[in-house]
Design a protein. Structure first.
Length: 267
């Protein structure tokens, strides 16, 4: 099965594995990992990722950012998905919601300049990288996939940045951190996960007055969720042709500001 078919599985079906992990308080992993500048990567995994991804900055909304991604020139675009040894590589796709967030931050550095930023469900790390480039005082990237954490470090190196801290665990429903801004893209692909995000983000706003920005290209699960009535449209971007083809005809991606009508209610 070519990666095009594999990607459709990621989009439609095999996301259930990650959705269940995100819904779990423990994130579905037996242990948590934390990376910071200077931590070395497993050389075998590093070599595998370097060999089986392509460094690219084309076909996306942010040509300023170079990323290691799966592309048609990669071996695993054509190989059977089960031959990939490290679990479904959601991080190896630059999803359109993350693209919109990253573009917005690069174009509007005031949004993050001098502020602490949490990039939730960071994936390839592009939005966290955009925040660092735009002058954020503190950036934490979060994902539940340890391989995503390793890929983020490689992507920092590609962009001549010191790696930011990366935490590999499910922080949804955890204690609220003192963040000025939380950004998340392409996370509303499962109803129960969306419910958990809704309540936790509202709690962050209620307790810490955290600002929340959400990137999404208009997937049904997002548009049909109750959170959508509490969002303010910030900006909409037309997606490049390559990204449209990758995402089965989606033509644009939107950055939303989450503004609960009653953030003081119990969560």
């Amino acid at each position: 099965m070519a990666f095009g078919g594999w990607k459709q599985l990621l989009l439609l079906g095999r996301q259930n594995t990650f959705a269940k992990a995100w819904r779990s308080r423990r994130g579905g992993w037996k242990r948590c990992c934390h990376w910071s500048a200077g931590k070395s990567l497993d050389p075998e995994v590093k070599a595998f990722l370097e060999e089986n991804t392509e460094v690219t900055n084309s076909g996306h909304l942010t040509p300023e950012i170079r990323l290691r991604l799966l592309t048609p020139r990669c071996r695993f675009w054509r190989e059977k998905p089960d031959l990939w040894p490290y679990g479904d590589p959601f991080w190896a796709i630059y999803w359109p919601g993350g693209q919109a967030l990253s573009r917005y931050i690069l174009d509007n550095p005031r949004v993050v300049k001098g502020r602490s930023v949490l990039d939730l469900g960071s994936g390839c790390g592009a939005t966290a990288i955009a925040a660092v480039m735009s002058g954020a005082s503190q950036v934490l990237a979060n994902d539940i996939d340890p391989i995503a954490g390793m890929a983020m470090i490689l992507n920092c190196e590609l962009n001549h940045l010191n790696p930011f801290p990366i935490t590999i665990k499910n922080i949804i429903n955890s204690e609220v951190g003192n963040w000025d801004l939380i950004v998340l893209g392409d996370m509303f692909y499962d109803e129960q996960l969306a419910d958990g995000l809704h309540h936790w983000l509202r709690k962050c706003i209620r307790i810490q007055r955290t600002e929340v920005l959400i990137g999404d290209p208009g997937r049904h699960q997002f548009l049909s969720h109750s959170i959508h009535s509490q969002l303010h449209k910030v900006i909409e971007y037309s997606l490049p042709e390559y990204t449209r083809q990758e995402n089965y005809g989606l033509t644009s991606s939107i950055v939303w500001s989450y503004q609960p009508s009653n953030s003081s209610e119990d969560c």
